[in-house]
Write a protein that binds this ligand. Sequence first.
Ligand code: ADP
Ligand code: MG
Length: 180
Amino acid sequence: TTTTGATATVRLPDAEATRAFGLALAGVLRAGDLVVLTGDLGAGKTTLTQGIGVGLHVRGQVASPTFIIAREHPPLPRGDGSRGPALVHVDAYRLGSLDEVDALDLDSSLDESVTVVEWGEGWVEALAADRLEVTIARPRGGDAAAEDADAGERVVTVRAVGDRWAGVPLPAAPVEGAGR
Ligand code: ADP
Ligand code: MG
């Protein structure tokens, strides 16, 4: 049976808040977890993943890859010498077919790392019964033609699906300190 865990909705006034929310989300993530990010181009999916990367303390800057579809960020040692899971960041925007999805061979990542997939809605769910479904929306998206299309707050909704998340509280508010 599938247990649906908590849901959380948070308003993010600026990009820094989006990063801070990713940092907070990293606090509940562990090896084997899957996060599915949904939202229009420019919604803030990569920005949120950057915060997750900071929170997991992994190597390298999370970016929008031009050619690379999946990038692994290995964990760096924390103050006490321990390491958390690696972050595997998948940007499926350019994936054209399910064959290309198969070719990514995400199985070991789904077992051992934290896997974050942008544009995964509609296919990545089939790979894991347990996942966080994160949707980012622009409530004032009607201004998209305005001078600065990036501006304007976002609303992020997190839905926890599967037994893994039963009873796990989700971060409800952005925290300070996402900057490095
Ligand atoms: P996506 O990966 O969904 O295409 P990005 O993460 O690349 O989107 O973000 C697009 C732009 O939106 C960036 O310029 C980023 O700084 C900005 N942005 C992210 N979150 C917010 C927010 N909460 N409020 C305003 N702008 C934001
Ligand atoms: Mg992106």
